[in-house]
Design a protein around this ligand. Structure first.
Ligand code: FAD
Length: 328
């Protein structure tokens, strides 16, 4: 008899919702997350960002969304294992063996919700940037209050950079946005809000040098793109760089069960089924035609995969009901 009916690997928004839904169906579930907190990319990268595309919430901060998900999960009897990384999954005749840095458990089915894997921010390519990290240079806005009444330079041109710059206008005394192109590759509505805001744009420039001033501020030197030596200088209190993230999902390639394609993603159908019967993939790690890596997508896939797992465990079992019923 396996220790668990369903093991969910990865405690991002998709994995948390899958664990909740599996609990709703009375499955014996474990949720395994390598980080010390649940929430995946939302917690690790953008806890302060306002998210606009979650059903039922006109807007919600990343941090608050995960808190709501945790509260929902707490209603269920799920074994949540934090600080635990799955290093191998292998299939025996009757079950799956899940190996982590804390030991081995067995499970009848597995839902892989490992997202983009271990991710790291792309760093500012300036020699001495490491000297400023954590004091004046940040790769995400984790504590909005740190920036209150300070002058902040945000670097980057995507959605996340614009979101961060807009968010900072609420607390910083002045926000600058520096980008190496004149155009921003972000949602049109975000660009409209940017142009309507008090943010001062510095384009098309690239940061070349950082220097600490006597007042413990940072002198930023940036070069105008497509010029030989046209420079601009600006003194600010803090710099927030958002050049995106590089993701590392190669840990999956080391598992005994073979799941990934050459891009490190797992091919899944609309029920989350992978090439290995009994293993399902949801959220950012799962791919299929026209897939969009959104929280809403992963949350939509979660119940489908849980129900597929139930069907695998009991092909003749009753299908899912609504969470509450009405009698007509
Ligand atoms: C800057 C930014 C802004 C975004 N804004 C939005 C937005 O506004 N709206 C929206 O819908 N989406 C947005 N997204 C995308 C959204 O965050 C992702 O689609 C979502 O986080 C995917 O959730 P997930 O649970 O599938 O994966 P993830 O959030 O990546 O979570 C996966 C989890 O699995 C864990 N894990 C990985 N490997 C292992 C292992 N071997 N063992 C144990 N645990 C493991 C990781 O630590 C991680 O916590 C944004 C993404 C970024 C980067």
């Amino acid at each position: 008899m396996a220790d668990y009916e369903i093991t969910i690997i990865g405690g991002g928004p998709s994995g948390i919702f899958a664990a909740f839904y599996a609990g709703l169906r009375n499955a014996k579930v474990q949720l395994i997350e390598s980080l010390p907190e649940l929430g995946g990319q939302v917690t690790a990268i953008y806890p302060e960002k306002t998210i606009l595309d979650i059903g039922g919430y006109p807007q919600i901060k990343g941090r608050d969304l995960i808190e709501q998900q945790e509260a929902q999960l707490a209603e269920m009897d799920v074994d949540v294992k934090l600080d635990t990384t799955v290093t191998n999954v292998n299939k025996t005749e009757t079950e799956f063996k899940i190996t982590t840095n804390h030991g081995v458990t067995t499970s009848q089915t597995v839902i892989v919700a490992t997202g983009v894997g271990a991710f790291n921010p792309r760093k500012l390519a300036v020699d001495n940037s490491a000297d400023f990290e954590g004091s004046h240079l940040f790769y995400s806005v984790r504590d909005l209050e740190h920036f209150r009444n300070r002058e902040v330079l945000v670097a980057g041109g995507g959605d996340a950079a614009i979101d961060e710059a807009l968010m900072l206008t609420g607390v910083a005394s002045q926000v600058y946005l520096l980008h190496r192109r004149d155009q921003f590759r972000a949602l049109e509505s975000a660009v409209d809000r940017l142009h309507a805001s008090s943010i001062q744009l510095i384009t098309p420039y690239l940061i070349k040098n950082l220097e600490l001033t006597n007042e413990q501020r940072v002198k930023v030197t940036a070069k105008k793109m497509r010029t030989d030596d046209e420079m601009t200088e600006l003194v600010v209190d803090d710099i927030v760089v958002n050049y995106g993230f590089s993701a590392e999902n190669s840990i999956l390639d080391n598992w005994d069960v073979h799941l990934t394609n050459e891009r490190g993603q797992i091919l899944a159908d609309q029920g989350g089924n992978t090439e290995v019967a009994g293993i399902y993939a949801i959220g950012d790690v799962a791919t299929f035609a026209d897939k969009q890596a959104l929280i809403a997508t992963g949350m939509g896939e979660a119940p489908l995969a849980v129900n597929s797992a139930f069907k695998f465990m009991d092909p003749n079992g009753r299908g899912p009901m609504h969470s509450t019923s009405i009698h007509l």
